[in-house]
Design a protein. Structure first.
Length: 303
């Protein structure tokens, strides 16, 4: 796959220096601070037969520049527009790097009705409103393998520290969400950051999709914030069986995870976490029944 413009995936535009005034005791001191950059990215799709090619904008999302090719490809994959890297001829960028055009091979069918989902995309949330559920659902091509993988509780507890250790831009700005992919032994595979939690996940999934490693049936996903319906759906499309989070899931996220046979873990902090669904994939230190393990692992969230 050809990619035009390496600067699309550069990370040196992720931070911006601004002047700020800091209160130190009773004195105001002028200093410079680093903020996470937020800029629009227009994702375009080029498709159709030779001689009748169509270019159309499918989404505008507010994101942190960097890994834009992965973001564009990951978005199209998790939206159900594309299913294989072989469908892509290349990705080009223009507009000072704020436009990414994904070019499909002639003859690749595009479900234009799926493109209506882009109206729900923004950097701050994802899908809003249960009334819109039918319009925004994407059906994964493969269901997660039942009860696989089985992961020790100690591995789940170790993930947040491993994520914090590699959050370079967050360390400088404190203003980004992160998505990190681990194998079943807790080894970090890839991490992506963005001002939008669903953008960070699209970048991560786009990376794995382009490397032809999807579906990710033996992996663990950790996200730095809460778990929304949108994140569960994207993880399900990528075949990720275990989604863990520092924060809480929504009720709709848990409902969707049950439907797709996924494990949702929330409030992973210190030595505690809650298992909301798919507890059979989590192995506690001592041998209990699945019900007993659910009670032990699903401690109340720390105050």
């Amino acid at each position: 796959m050809a990619v035009d413009g390496e600067r699309v995936d550069s990370t040196n535009r992720a931070c911006a220096s601004v002047e700020t005034w800091r209160l130190r005791g009773g004195e105001m001191i002028a200093e410079h601070d680093l903020l996470a950059v937020e800029e629009p990215l227009e994702i375009r799709l080029a498709h159709g037969e030779r001689g009748h090619r169509v270019r159309q904008a499918v989404s505008i999302t507010m994101r942190t520049p960097g890994h834009d090719v992965e973001l564009a490809v990951g978005f199209l994959f998790t939206e159900g527009i594309i299913t294989s890297p072989e469908q892509i001829v290349g990705v080009t960028s223009c507009g000072a790097g704020n436009v990414a055009c994904v070019k499909l091979r002639p003859g690749v069918a595009v479900d234009l009705a799926r493109l209506e989902r882009h109206f729900y995309t923004s950097s701050s949330c994802g899908v809003c409103g249960k009334a819109s559920l039918e319009a925004v659902q994407v059906q994964p091509r493969e269901r997660c393998l039942p009860e696989e993988p089985v992961v020790d509780a100690a591995i789940i507890r170790s993930l947040p520290a491993k994520l914090r250790a590699v959050q370079e831009v967050f360390e400088q700005t404190g203003g980004l969400h992160a998505s990190a992919l681990f194998d079943a032994e807790g080894e970090l595979l890839v991490v992506r950051e963005d001002v939008g939690r669903h953008n960070a996940l699209d970048k991560l999934i786009g990376h794995e999709f382009l490397a032809e490693r999807t579906p990710l049936t033996q992996s663990i996903l950790l996200v730095s914030g809460r778990v929304s319906f949108e994140l569960v759906q994207k993880a399900a499309v990528a075949g990720i069986p275990i989604l863990a989070a520092i924060g809480a899931p929504s009720s709709l996220a848990v409902e969707l995870a049950v439907r797709h046979g996924m494990t949702i873990v929330g409030f992973v902090r210190g030595d505690r976490f809650n298992v909301y669904t798919g507890v059979e994939r989590i192995h506690a230190a001592t041998e209990q029944s699945p019900v007993e393990r659910s009670v032990i692992l699903s401690n109340a969230a720390p105050s």
